[in-house]
Design a protein around this ligand. Sequence first.
Ligand code: SAM
Length: 238
Amino acid sequence: MNKEEFKNKVEELGIIITDEMLTKLNKYYELLITWNKKFNLTRITEEKEVYLKHFYDSLSIKRAINLYNYNNLVDVGTGAGFPGIVLAIIFKNLKIDLIEANTKKCLFLAEVKKNLSLGNVQIINGRAESYAKIAREKYEIATCRAVSHLNIISEIIIPMIKVSGYFLPLKGEIDKEIKEGLNILTKLNAKLVEVKTFKLPIENSNRSILIIKKINTTNIIYPREYNKIIKDLKNRQK
Ligand code: SAM
């Protein structure tokens, strides 16, 4: 996807994209490529591929929700900043917290924040399940891309969401994960409202965005210890 195709396709999603935002995305791409030589941040490095599979894919969350109407968002397991950094560049109305366990990735994120003057970004270097204990019901929107099984990540993320807020995981093919995840959603007082499916332009690969709404407060017992969550999932898969 070249930059012109990117701009057109993003505008089709109802996103306003200015020259300043495009310049910031350009800088982000350059930093990503430079740092990728030292740290393993992404295997996608060709410019057109990054614009499609990282930048456009991150913004596709707008298909599920109008992000202009919200104030804060958390991106769990953001890695090199997908989707969180891209959302912070485009949606200046959002205060965005990025949670990432890997310290080297957090150093990269700090460099991006500084270079791009992203005053709306906060980087949290740690495990989301620990952070969830001190950030209960803090966020209107939570998202994650390519982090872990729906069952595990729901238990970690949903306690951090405000009642009536949304959890929007970005996924590829997810039928099996949905079936396995429905049980824990009920326990967490959350509900799967809709699954938006679409194809990534140009390469036509399948994408899904789950729209999970938090209906009521989550019992304080969640999230449980990570080992316990994993053990439960394995038992259920037997
Ligand atoms: N979201 C990015 C993307 O789509 O390119 C990164 C995906 S990468 C496969 C998963 C990232 O999640 C890794 O950087 C890993 O360190 C982080 N991660 C996994 N589990 C986590 C947890 N419980 N708390 C914080 N970060 C976590």
